[in-house]
Design a protein around this ligand. Structure first.
Ligand SMILES: [Zn+2]
Length: 70
């Protein structure tokens, strides 16, 4: 089972992001979190990226957004 990187709550194994809904929205806001999830899902569904690449781009996304937000 995957866990949220912030609150350690269990999240769905197939979730494209490593945070739960509540933390994601808390950190990025409702719209931004949805946009992130959508782009991650698109990348996954396209089959262009393997699991590792998706994780990497997620990390990059997160770092990028964190810098922007703070
Ligand atoms: Zn959480």
């Amino acid at each position: 089972m995957k866990k949220c990187i912030y609150c350690k709550t269990s999240i769905e194994e197939e979730s494209v992001v490593d945070v739960c809904e509540r933390c994601g929205i808390g950190v990025w806001g409702d719209k931004m979190f949805k946009a992130i999830k959508e782009s991650m899902e698109k990348a996954r569904d396209s089959g262009d990226l393997n699991q590792g690449s998706v994780s990497e781009s997620w990390q990059a996304n997160r770092n990028h957004l964190s810098k922007k937000a703070f």
